[in-house]
Design a binder for this molecule. Structure first.
Ligand SMILES: [Zn+2]
Length: 290
């Protein structure tokens, strides 16, 4: 039987800087050395997987602004550079005006660093609500495709296409699919923490269900998930700006992203690549979308 198609992509962001911002810890510098280490690791994994057609790196604008050489390297290595907003902040918290400014600033930095025309967008943590049509209109003004939407069992590719036509006919949506799991208690997505914490067969089942509904199965990962050392760890001393009660939980929770089961990710990815056929960077899907 021929293998089902899928797209593998990376959401390329600086965990250390983003996590500090999220919890109000002063964050100035990016963790440049660890970003390079993570990229070298991703590169070696991609080589092992014999990916010759490249993948999409949805990259934050601040990363392109501060570490342009890294974004240029990603582009020189044959990958697509997409946009992952300016900061790794939830899009729905920003006004439409501020979203437009953030997108423009990110596109400018990403295109300058990569030399590419930036065609695709994915919101950090898929943080655009389905009903935020004004936000999708801003995305449609700037990109050829979006991958921020989380589709579910009540949708299929036809109904989603119709929905996006009602927003802006020029925007192609390549959603990430969430399968109802654990008796409907969890919307299981094929990537990130879900891939890491749960048996790989749950990811496979999600990808198959996505395909059965006419969606391209997507698998996404982040730089820190390829490492299990202390590269992106934020040390206790950096949290001193927060009262102790406010820093205990986020400090301890880093372990969930940076350590627990991170060493299971690469074998699981290899398992998926043996069973599915990677389609290359997501911009390749545009010609098929018509
Ligand atoms: Zn992200």
């Amino acid at each position: 039987m021929s293998r089902l198609p899928f797209c593998f992509s990376i959401d390329f962001e600086d965990y250390t800087h983003d996590y500090k911002r999220r919890f109000g810890v002063p964050a100035k510098e990016l963790n440049v050395d660890s970003l390079w280490i993570s990229y070298e690791k991703i590169k070696s994994v991609i080589n092992d997987l014999k990916v010759t057609n490249g993948v999409t790196f949805f990259t934050t604008g601040i990363l392109a602004e501060r570490v342009p050489d890294l974004v240029k390297q990603i582009s020189d290595d044959g990958h697509e550079v997409g946009c992952h907003y300016y900061h790794h902040d939830p899009v729905y918290l920003d006004s439409v005006d501020s979203i437009a400014q953030n997108l423009d600033r990110a596109i400018d930095a990403l295109s300058k660093a990569s030399g590419q025309t930036i065609k695709g967008f994915r919101a950090p943590r898929f943080s655009i609500r389905a009903t935020d049509k004004d936000v999708y209109k801003e995305i449609a003004k700037r990109f050829e495709y979006d991958s921020s939407f989380v589709a579910g069992e009540t949708q299929n590719s036809d109904s989603l296409k119709e929905y996006f036509l009602s927003i802006d006919e020029s925007l192609n949506e390549f959603p990430v699919y969430a399968k109802k799991s654990f008796a409907g208690k969890m919307n299981f997505r094929s990537g990130g923490t879900y891939l890491k914490f749960f048996p790989v067969d749950m990811t496979i089942a999600t990808m198959k269900e996505a395909h059965s509904k006419g969606f391209m199965p997507m698998v996404y990962l982040h730089p820190y998930e390829f490492l299990s050392g202390s590269e992106f760890w934020i040390p206790w001393r950096d949290w001193s700006a927060l009262p102790v009660t406010k820093r205990l939980i986020p400090y301890a929770r880093q372990i969930q992203c940076l350590k627990v089961k991170n060493n299971s990710v690469i074998p699981k990815l290899k398992y998926i690549f043996r069973r599915f056929d990677h389609q290359g960077p997501m911009q390749n899907l545009l010609s098929k979308a018509g």
